[in-house]
Design a protein around this ligand. Structure first.
Ligand SMILES: *Cc1c(COP(=O)(O)O)cnc(C)c1O
Length: 356
């Protein structure tokens, strides 16, 4: 049976990415070798790195003066690398979910952290608004998409300091005004590639402004200078990332991807809103994520949650169990997920509702 992959991460990749990666595992760029066994310093892999870097710049319209890096360590390593490199005295953070909280915890190791607003007391069911970012902050850090809670900020906030964002789960789902950012980071396993590589887009001039010594591997300047080749980069995930980036370009870039993502999310939210037994968990519709749609059974149907997961499984639907801190269901609609999978899920919800 065809599977419909709604996992939150690692998550669905395009057939284009998977087929081309599989082919390169057998024969990489006509070398007669597997991409698993070639030197990262070979001219063939250097070409992969160069093209992947150029495509990130092209797709996100990255201005001059920024570097694109492909690093290991996941988005979680960025929680510490960002303040290590950018927090001289004080930074502002918006707390919108578990990942934001983790970033805040790390930043406190390096200086003063002003948490300008938090929706923690409401289990992160909304994005706080009306907060003030202190003008003397070195940067304002926020999470564009809260993967666990299904809230999203699909805009580049207007504040009077430089922006830093964790875009792990919604990068390449909308155009971004990169010029407002000192740094953007994204773990690849949500919208780009297999786990193991993290994209960092950093403004070169933002670096070198802190006095503290920074270990070589944790200093962005090391990786800028060496083109992400100071040490062995995650070769295979970078190869896959390149395939996805090519595919995104072929589809027409982030504006087109956004249109498709909006249409998929609208269909699923409509089904939730018009349902008697399902309901959304995000309080303000304006905060709803188009990447991770979180919903639960209405209180009087709560005991049916497990039954629905079992029922969905019989339709080939995989990975819709909600994160343990929210419960219910989470359908992740990343770029690679076809509309057909949303249709199957919506159909399953309707069929299940009709039976109860
Ligand atoms: C998944 C995720 C992370 C954690 O990524 P790792 O690569 O596992 O460290 C951080 N932030 C967001 C928004 C995520 O979705």
């Amino acid at each position: 049976m065809k599977k419909h992959n709604f996992y939150a991460g690692p998550s669905i990749l395009s057939e284009y990415t998977i087929k081309n990666t599989a082919a390169a595992i057998l024969d990489f760029a006509g070398t007669g070798l597997s991409v698993l066994e070639v030197s990262h310093r070979s001219k063939e892999f250097q070409a992969v790195m160069d093209e992947a870097t150029a495509l990130v710049k092209e797709l996100l319209d990255v201005p001059e003066g920024y570097s694109v890096l492909f690093l290991g360590g996941g988005a979680s390593l960025q929680f510490c690398m960002v303040p290590f490199n950018l927090l001289a005295r004080k930074a502002a953070y918006l707390e919108t979910g578990t990942w934001a909280s983790n970033a805040i915890k790390e930043a406190r190791l390096f200086g003063e952290v002003d948490v300008v607003a938090s929706s923690k007391d409401a289990n992160f069911t909304f994005i706080p608004k009306g907060y003030t970012v202190p003008e003397d902050a070195d940067y304002f850090h926020f999470t564009t998409n809260n993967t666990i809670y299904g809230t999203e900020m699909r805009y580049d906030p207007d504040v009077n300091v430089r922006l830093v964002a964790d875009m792990s789960s919604d990068i390449f789902s909308r155009p971004v005004d990169v010029s407002k950012y000192d740094l953007i980071y994204a773990g690849a396993q949500k919208n780009l590639a297999p786990a193991g590589v993290t994209i960092v887009i950093v403004r070169d001039e933002a670096l070198g402004r802190v006095d503290r010594p920074i270990p070589t591997m944790l200093d962005y300047r090391t990786h800028v200078k060496k083109g992400s080749m100071f040490n062995t980069p995650p070769v295979l995930p970078i190869y896959s990332a390149l395939q996805t980036l090519r595919y995104y370009k072929e589809l027409g870039g982030v504006k087109e991807l956004e249109k498709m993502d909006l249409a998929k999310a609208a269909k699923l939210y409509d089904a939730i809103d018009s349902s008697r037994i399902f309901e959304g968990t995000v309080t303000d519709p304006a905060d709803r994520s188009i990447m991770n749609v979180c919903f639960v059974m209405a209180p009087e149907y709560k005991e049916l949650e497990k039954d629905f997961i079992d029922f969905a499984t019989t339709k080939g639907i995989v990975g819709i169990k909600g994160h343990r801190s929210v419960g219910g269901f989470r359908a992740s609609l990343y770029n690679a997920l076809p509309m057909e999978s949303v249709d199957v899920l919506v159909e399953a919800m309707k069929e299940f509702e009709a039976k109860h």
